[in-house]
Design a protein around this ligand. Structure first.
Ligand code: GLN
Length: 480
């Protein structure tokens, strides 16, 4: 069987019918990484074959299915670097809850995926260790911060991966790489063992090439966890149940006009999304064009809240408790400052400084407190909107994957990458990005569906119905 680009669904059938053994699949996956990853650089580490445990029975829903994990999610005894020098040789002491659940379902965890340092970025360029390429065009970034997770799946090296999303880090790289990316409702997946960036926004998310596969992986990891008090009291659920190719009767989809026709939208992206809307119309959905005025403030709000929380969360990396330490420091203060100066990259340092500024006694009223007020307005605007429509549809990104270094001198443009995605994080609601075409240069386009709290089932059903009507998910980059 040709392993490349096989979906989880296909692999499970092949394993069940004994066309493929667990060992063959593991070795085929590692061989594909060995062949392609020296160029792609999606992984920071591939584990030694002998150290990747094969399932001892066929019971798990992911038995024998290989996947790769973003390097900010703890895998016991494996390195956990967050693509930062400050954690270069740090090893995780325990499994994240999501990892423990994947292992229980028999999943094969083959390595650690590259990312922006501490998940701060939109291109994976802030990684201290590698520049992951976009498989559709190696001169372009894969998006970020879960760029390694998205690139590995898009290049057909693994059928699934885990990423994390604080402002868009699963949907934006998924869209840039032409795959499916899901950010669950806040609290649906445990954050235990996920290194915190901005804890009130962080969620582990899933990258796959099909909606079915995505729903399957989320089913394995979702659910209440005594180790994360912010998890929701949800019973385990099989999110693949609702995927019958149809949409819900009388489905109402709200098109967010101030996003779709925002300044700077690439015209071919607008056209591709209008075609996706027409697909839903043909399936019988009612289309309601509307505006979400607070969306225009979401990037600024996200900027402030994420930096504030990052400054607090990253205070723990002080040279005493974790990772790298400057052994030549002559005093405790010198130890803190030289360790952090040496260990953190520029983007992380900038965010810590901005975070401390927006929380400082003189400025927290103007910045942090106001941002929290806007966040509350956004939440109530979403809640009101979901009284009128079932779901919202909008772009994932305004422009296609950009070249390396494109925004080195224009940080604002880089920060605006989160414009359409961070609202779902700020509101704590679920969202999925799906491939819906290509711009003429051959780079993928994604759109997102956003739903109310715990509407994952409806999101997956609606996304799956679109996927069954289109062929984008069957297209793969050349050369892999
Ligand atoms: N691009 C966003 C940022 O740089 C999102 C990051 C994320 O979701 N982890 O903060």
């Amino acid at each position: 069987m040709n392993f490349a680009f096989a979906t989880i669904k296909e692999l499970r059938t092949a394993l069940r019918n004994k066309q493929l053994s667990y060992k063959e699949l593991r070795d085929a996956c590692l061989a594909r990484f060995a062949q392609h990853d020296p160029t792609l650089e999606s992984a920071l580490e591939l584990f030694d074959a002998q150290s990747i445990e094969l399932p001892t029975n066929d019971d798990g829903i992911l038995a024998g299915i290989p996947g790769i994990i973003k390097d900010n999610i703890s895998q016991k005894d494996r390195k956990l670097t967050c693509a930062s020098k400050i954690l270069e040789n740090y090893r995780a002491l325990y499994d994240a809850t999501a990892i423990a659940r994947l292992k229980k379902e028999g999943a094969l965890l083959v390595g650690r995926a590259n990312m922006d340092e501490f998940a701060m970025g939109s291109s994976t360029e802030t990684s201290a260790f590698a520049k992951t390429k976009n498989p559709w065009n190696l001169s372009r970034v894969p998006g970020g911060s879960s760029g390694g997770s998205a690139a590995a799946v898009a290049a057909g090296l693994v059928p699934w991966s885990l990423g994390s999303s604080t402002g868009g880090s699963v949907r934006q790289p998924a869209a840039f790489c032409g795959i499916v990316g899901f950010k669950p409702t806040y609290g649906l997946v445990s954050r235990y063992g996920l290194v915190a960036y901005a804890s009130s926004l962080d969620q582990i998310g899933v990258c796959t090439r099909t909606v079915y596969d995505n729903a399957l992986v989320l089913s394995a990891i979702a659910g209440k966890d005594a180790r994360d008090s912010s998890t929701l009291d949800c019973a385990p659920q099989d999110f693949t149940q609702s995927l019958d190719g149809s949409i819900k009767p009388r489905l109402k989809i709200g098109i967010v006009e101030n996003a779709l026709h925002a300044d700077g939208m690439h015209p071919e992206i607008v056209a591709a999304i209008e075609s996706a809307i027409a697909v839903y119309e043909r399936m019988g959905a009612e289309i309601v064009r509307l505006k979400l005025p607070t969306l225009d403030y979401s990037a600024a709000t996200y900027f402030i809240i994420s930096r504030a929380e990052a400054a607090s969360n990253l205070a723990r990396f002080d040279g005493v408790r974790y990772g790298v330490r400057d052994k030549n420091a002559q005093s405790l203060d010198a130890l803190y400052s030289s360790t952090r100066s040496l260990g953190f990259g520029d983007e992380v340092k900038t965010r810590i400084m901005v975070g401390n500024y927006v929380l400082s006694a003189g400025h927290s009223g103007a910045f942090y407190d106001n941002a929290k007020k806007v966040q509350r307005l956004m939440r109530s605007e979403f809640a009101d909107t979901f009284k009128k429509v079932d779901l919202l549809l909008m772009p994932t990104h305004p422009t296609p994957a950009f070249s390396f270094g494109a925004f080195d001198h224009d940080k604002l443009q880089m920060d605006l990458q989160d414009y359409f995605t961070c609202a779902a994080n700020l509101a704590g609601i679920p969202a999925i990005s799906l491939p819906c075409g290509f711009v003429s240069e051959g780079l993928p386009i994604g759109f997102q569906l956003v739903g109310p709290h715990v509407s994952e089932e409806l999101l997956y059903q609606t996304a799956h119905a679109y996927e069954q009507q289109t062929a984008w998910h069957t297209m793969h980059p050349e050369g892999f």
